[in-house]
Design a protein around this ligand. Structure first.
Ligand SMILES: *[C@@H]1O[C@H](CO)[C@@H](O)[C@H](O)[C@H]1NC(C)=O
Ligand SMILES: *[C@@H]1O[C@H](CO)[C@@H](O)[C@H](O)[C@H]1NC(C)=O
Length: 388
């Protein structure tokens, strides 16, 4: 039983299709052949009239931002509407057909193009795209494209940066008196936007102006980088390596590990920088890039200081008066303890208790630890306050 119903339905639908199909066929023949439609002629009866093109932009995805090439890649489509005065018909004559779809190559189309594009200028849309025409000659054309547009990308605040990019459309072949591009009902639509792991659209704006006599519509899109990945995989490790580096000054020179340790930290830094290099924008000027160089510089400083310290550590000659003088105030307390323990020989030993190089190095370590700790800490705070 259901099979019979289905069969009847198919025959019925087939019959109606055939009927309006025949009408549509006649209509297309009449519109394009009998009336000798010329798609090269601007479709206004009075050629002084202007064609108004209403354009909405549906942004579907942010595909990527290339900092080095200064390029934004987006996916989206334009919904364009204009009136073609040569494509009107009376539905009563064509069995009530009120709209038809024909390939975009059949009709006159505005020479709409991406003005700030990255590749060579080319017509939008592809041959598979149809246009929809209704009885009053309104043509709807929706070319879907991957747009590569030029955009000034400033990585100063990477990875907490915002970028504002313009996507401009222009009619290359017609001036503003022949074809005017205006925003449609919605302007720019982000409702269909696919989530991107790296970029979120935070605001959009629309400008309408003329460029070189041609009417231009500009969509301005502000996007924000999601910093999570960079914070976790680059920023935190760099800070941790920086902390590790400070502890070079905590190791006593006697342990014999000091040099090895500082070199290891320095190498880890260098290797880490090489590994993350591919993830960083390939342009200069980011504050974070400078911060990494600063950390590398501190690591280098530590290695050099350690080498010099070790050289002095094994010297046995007396410490020059100037240095021991400088150290004197710091060692007073230590000396008192020594003196109390040795009771009687207090005053005579005082002169022999002068600093050895070992003491000097150990005090220097203490001072350097706190100095570099405060320098690194304050610079780190300064950088991250500036970035946010
Ligand atoms: C044809 O489509 C346009 C745009 O959608 C609309 O404004 C117009 O009213 C339609 N014409 C008729 C006769 O429905
Ligand atoms: C985008 O285009 C508008 C209008 O042409 C202009 O005022 C604005 O400065 C441009 N923005 C950027 C980021 O280039």
């Amino acid at each position: 039983m259901p099979a019979t119903v289905l069969l009847v339905a198919i025959i019925f639908i087939g019959a109606t299709c055939a009927q309006t199909g025949g009408n549509a066929k006649t209509l297309v023949t009449d519109l394009f052949t009998t009336n000798s439609y010329q798609k090269k002629v601007r479709p206004v009866r009075d050629q002084d009239d202007m064609i108004v093109l209403l354009v909405d932009f549906y942004l579907v995805g942010i595909n990527g931002v290339d900092e080095a090439a200064q390029r934004l890649t987006t996916t989206g489509y334009l919904s364009t509407l204009w009136k073609d005065q040569y494509l009107e018909w009376d539905p009563a004559l064509y069995g009530g057909v009120i709209s038809i779809n024909v390939p975009q190559s059949y009709v006159w189309k505005p020479a709409l193009a991406l003005q700030n594009g990255f590749t060579k200028l080319q017509e939008l849309g592809s041959s598979v795209i149809n246009v929809n025409i209704n009885i009053s000659g309104h043509v709807i054309w929706e070319p879907y494209e991957v747009f590569e547009s030029k955009c000034n990308i400033d990585v100063k605040y990477f990875p907490f940066d915002h970028q504002t990019c313009n996507i401009s459309f222009i009619d290359w072949s017609n001036n503003a008196f022949e074809v005017e591009i205006r925003e449609g009902t919605y302007g720019i639509i982000t409702a269909e936007l696919e989530d991107d792991a790296l970029w979120t659209v935070i605001s959009t704006k629309l400008y309408h102006d003329t460029f070189d006599l041609e009417s231009r519509l500009t969509y301005s899109v502000t996007i924000k980088r999601t910093p999570g990945f960079y914070v976790l995989n680059i920023i935190v490790p760099v800070i941790l390596l920086g902390v590790l580096n400070l502890f070079t000054f905590v190791l006593p020179a006697d342990s014999g590990e000091k040099m090895g340790y500082s070199i290891t930290v320095f190498l880890s830094f260098a290797v880490f920088l090489i590994i993350v290099n591919s993830e960083l924008p390939k342009t200069t000027g980011s504050i974070f890039g400078q911060y990494m160089i600063f950390q590398l510089g501190i690591a280098l400083f530590t290695v050099c200081v350690t080498a010099i310290q070790l050289r002095f550590h094994y010297r046995t000659d007396p410490v020059p008066r100037l240095i021991s003088g400088l150290m004197a105030c710091r060692c007073k307390s230590k000396r008192k303890i020594t003196n109390r323990n040795e009771n009687g020989k207090l005053d005579r030993d005082e002169s022999k208790l002068e600093e050895t190089w070992k003491d000097v190095i150990s005090i220097l370590d203490f001072i350097l630890f706190w100095i570099s700790f405060s320098v690194v800490l304050s610079f780190t705070i300064f950088v991250f306050v500036k970035l946010n």
